[in-house]
Write a protein that binds this ligand. Structure first.
Ligand code: PLP
Length: 414
């Protein structure tokens, strides 16, 4: 039996594939510097892990939308952060925000608008369900932010279709945070766009004061978030969606799909997650941000010094690097996949080509994820009173320092 036409050509998601390839190379005895997969290096706070142990015996199916106590906490948390009053009814808990974003796409009769670059999975998800995708270009000059004028222009040519926009800030792959939310909200209102605000990295905005587009456009914005990034719990698979009152029909659609597919997120995980949302984790988060910013600034400085153009990350753990100005490189290499493959082969530095995120192949852009370090050790180190930032990176993230240094040597040798 054949598989569906739209599934032909669909491959294992790029970030997971680079991780599997890196593991294979390591098994074959090669030293690999893992700048491919972006998962949190930090441990799950201990109070939350303890709560999971306490609830290991919870065995019953849970309400499809999620445990009521958890939904209340999630609603409180976002109401405080986002200045919009959510309640337990606004929330759906799912097995990771990836699945929830997919189910929202599935529920909606619309075309999908994506800034280029965007996270690797939005577009393949649309492909799986035959949804039309319209890419809207952004540039390094605008910090890879979606420009309101570009959004307006794209919508002018799509007047008769329903439009869903996925806006991710702090952004994967660029690491930059949107500063033009008010203007984007104005254009979104004008064109009646529904937005999924992918705020999975919000708590890792280096300012500690992430601002959501719901401040300006709450009525048509669905917030997507979860435990994977700020709480170090990607493997727990717990994501959240928050719907404003006026989008409750979409919430009901997602709930119906969930009830016929995954049923509910694992019960013990949901009980433990209550602690994640009800307790104050600001010390853990402040330290996580300090460490990530230190590493981001370091890589930015080092790579800029050898002609790689990058934007200083403002949150999360990613950045986009532009190799097109590196002398002699373009004579031999004319697309980003060849570039990444060659650097992986030559020095074991694994990163993802920009085209995996919707950027043009010939632009020689790549995405770096700077998470190859022991988050527990890093947190311990910076909690020490005598800690000083100077020279501490060799201790905090030796693999990152070695990988970046090899990459610099490789660039100089071209
Ligand atoms: C931008 C973005 N959104 C969503 C996700 C999905 O996260 P999860 O399904 O673990 O909640 C990721 C994971 O890498 C991501 O980078």
């Amino acid at each position: 039996m054949d598989i569906q036409n739209n599934i032909i050509g669909l491959k294992t998601s790029a970030t997971l594939a680079i991780n599997e390839l890196s593991q294979k190379l390591i098994k074959d005895g090669k030293e690999v510097f893992k700048f491919g997969l972006g998962q949190s290096p930090f441990p799950i706070p201990e109070v939350i892990v303890d709560e999971l142990k306490k609830h290991a015996h919870q065995k019953d199916y849970i309400n499809v939308s999620g445990l009521i106590g958890l939904r209340e906490e999630v609603a409180n948390y976002h109401s405080n952060k986002n200045q919009y009053k959510y309640n337990a009814e606004s929330v759906i808990i799912g097995p990771g925000s990836k699945e929830l974003i997919f189910q929202t796409q599935l529920a909606l009769n619309c075309d999908l608008l994506l800034p280029s670059p965007s996270w690797v999975s939005y577009e393949p998800q649309a492909q799986i369900i035959n949804k039309r995708v319209h890419w809207i270009k952004t540039t390094a000059k605008s910090n890879w932010h979606l420009e309101p004028e570009e959004l307006d222009r794209a919508c002018d040519s799509l007047k008769s279709v329903n439009k869903l926009l996925i806006l991710n800030s702090p952004n994967n792959p660029s690491g930059t945070s949107h500063g033009n939310l008010k203007e984007l909200a104005k254009i979104s209102k004008k064109h009646n766009i529904v937005i999924i605000a992918d705020e999975i990295y919000a708590e890792l905005d280096f300012t500690g004061e992430y601002k959501s587009i719901t401040h300006y456009y709450p009525e048509k914005t669905i917030i997507s978030s979860g435990l994977s990034k700020w709480c170090g719990a990607g493997g727990w698979r717990l994501g959240t969606l928050l719907f404003p009152e006026g989008l409750s029909h979409i919430r009901d659609g997602v709930r119906a799909i969930a009830s016929e597919t995954y049923t509910a997120v694992s019960a013990p995980i949901q009980y433990a997650a209550i602690k994640a949302y009800s307790e104050d984790h600001s010390e853990f988060l402040d330290s996580s941000r300090i460490i990530l910013k230190m590493i981001a600034d370091y890589i930015y400085r080092e790579l800029s010094s050898v002609g790689v153009k990058c934007q200083k990350p403002q949150g999360g753990f990613y950045m986009i690097c532009d190799f097109s100005n590196v002398e002699n490189i373009t004579q031999e290499i004319n697309n980003d996949k060849t570039l990444c493959q060659k650097i992986l082969n030559d020095i074991g530095f694994a990163m993802l080509p920009g085209s995996d995120f919707g950027l043009e192949e010939e632009k020689l852009l790549s995405r770096i994820a700077f998470v190859d370090f022991d988050g527990s050790e890093a947190l311990k180190l910076i909690s020490n009173k005598n800690f000083s930032q100077e020279n501490s990176l060799d201790i905090i993230c030796p693999q990152i320092v070695k990988g970046v240094s090899l990459l610099k040597e490789w660039i100089k040798s071209q």
